[in-house]
Design a protein around this ligand. Structure first.
Ligand code: FAD
Length: 416
């Protein structure tokens, strides 16, 4: 991050911030950042009328089409090969199948959160994990599962806190983590993103392309799940949720068919089934309606915005710092209540975090257990509305008012 008060734009800072890559700086720091927006739209795949459904539909050689002879329930690998060959007219499956008896299985079944803790009620051990590399692999997996009576659970980044991307008993975990393409659409304003892309990789593309979408903070989150669970982050007041930037997606349904689903409102492409599927998939019940294999995002453009970012970390000590933090929060609440900080003003974003003492060093006794209280303050203004200097002055006045109330607080930097 840059030094305080230089009042200059620095687009790379926000891009780093977006991916949660640089939320480490401690103390009263200020950085400047630049953003921008574009709400252009586009479609994926070719469009064809299928009955009343004006979206692309590739019929699955599934239950109603499939030659039953292609499915051998005793051999998933042979079956995937046969089904993919049937779908693609000759190609063989690229999927990697790992069963719970094979070397490497334990690493592969690992979920990011607590779901694999041995003995935990959340422990999950899917008997078979299929890593898909293509849409055809995904189609073949769900067709095989339907024919052979397995449930399917899709995993992209594996960051579900409650283990919803893994499973037990009669199921196949369909891992799309290797479907991790990022393509810049010709307009330069949209990105085609595979479900296996992690936030960190997406943010690197933002840096290269000079674009930006608000995201959550953890850099290893998968796009497949994040798109379906909101994608809430520190700059949400200014820019909304990650999900709000979805323009269209491509999904393999449980019967193995593929749909291209457009954001509703684009006449004449929109239809009731299209709209229902769009809102169902992005409606908070991730993984329930099919496996998303590609998503097109609209992006913001860096150069359209002035943006400023402060991060401050207070050593959290109940005797010394708590009264100061309480005063700061009371000041903030008072400013909102009195209208001094207008709730409809989307320039300001404040993100409070109490960071717990799960540090390894604290656990080993090398350091005392510690907590710190973090405030991220982000101020964003379209460049066409004001000058950089005026935007910075407005931002600093609000920041100083709030943080100034924490007069005798100890900074984390000063503690260590
Ligand atoms: C450390 C950490 C920090 C986080 N920080 C934030 C944050 O700042 N903001 C925020 O909004 N969220 C945050 N989250 C939550 C995270 O965004 C969600 O859990 C998200 O769903 C994870 O996506 P994933 O692909 O990694 O997860 P997965 O576990 O792979 O999947 C999550 C769910 O989506 C389904 N799913 C995954 N991929 C697909 C697909 N391709 N098609 C259909 N369904 C699919 C799964 O079946 C499952 O139900 C955080 C999570 C963790 C663990």
């Amino acid at each position: 991050m840059s030094a305080p008060s230089d009042g200059k734009d620095s687009s790379s800072t926000l891009k780093m911030l977006v991916g949660g890559l640089s939320l480490t700086t401690v103390g009263l720091l200020i950085s400047t950042i630049v953003l921008a927006t574009n709400k252009d739209s586009g479609a994926i795949g070719t469009q064809a009328d299928v009955g009343a459904l004006p979206v692309e539909v590739i019929p699955a050689p599934g239950s109603t089409y499939l030659d039953q002879g292609l499915v051998d329930c005793m051999s998933i690998t042979l079956s995937l090969d046969a089904i993919v060959s049937h779908i693609t007219d000759g190609e063989i499956s690229t999927a990697i199948v790992t069963t719970n008896l094979e070397v490497g299985y334990d690493d592969l079944r690992e979920q990011y959160a607590t779901t694999n803790l041995e003995g935990s009620e959340f422990e999950t051990s899917p008997p078979t994990i299929v890593e898909a590399l293509s849409e055809a692999d995904v189609q073949a997996t769900v067709i095989f599962a339907a024919q052979c009576d397995y449930k399917v659970t899709t995993r992209s980044g594996g960051h579900s806190y409650i283990g919803m991307s893994s499973c037990n008993n009669n199921c196949i975990q369909l891992d799309v983590g290797r479907m991790n393409h990022i393509d810049v659409k010709e307009s330069g304003k949209q990105l085609n993103v595979g479900p296996g892309v992690r936030l960190e990789e997406l943010v690197q593309t933002f840096v290269t392309e000079g674009v930006f979408i608000p995201t959550g903070e953890c850099k290893s989150i998968g796009i497949g799940g994040h798109t379906q669970t909101g994608g809430f982050g520190p700059w949400g007041r200014s820019f909304g949720y990650f999900t709000g930037y979805v323009d269209s997606f491509r999904i393999v349904l449980p019967d193995g068919s593929i749909r291209s689903v457009e954001k509703p409102g684009r006449k004449p492409l929109t239809s009731q089934p299209n709209n229902d599927l769009f809102y169902a998939v992005l409606g908070g019940a991730s993984g329930s309606f099919g496996t998303v294999v590609d998503t097109v995002f609209n992006t913001n453009k860096d150069d359209d915005f002035h943006a400023f970012y402060w991060e401050v970390n207070f050593w959290y000590d109940s005797e010394k710092t708590l009264p100061g933090i309480t005063k700061m929060l009371e000041k903030y609440a008072g400013m909102v209540e009195s209208g001094e900080l207008d709730q409809d003003d989307t320039r300001w974003n404040i993100w409070w975090t109490l960071v717990g003492s799960k540090s390894l060093l604290a656990k080993t006794g090398l350091l005392p257990p510690f907590n710190f209280f973090q405030m991220d303050f982000i101020w964003v203004v379209p460049k066409k509305e004001t000058s950089n200097a005026d935007a910075f002055a407005d931002a600093q006045a609000v920041y100083d008012d709030i943080v100034g109330a924490c007069d005798d607080c100890v900074l984390l930097d000063d503690f260590f």
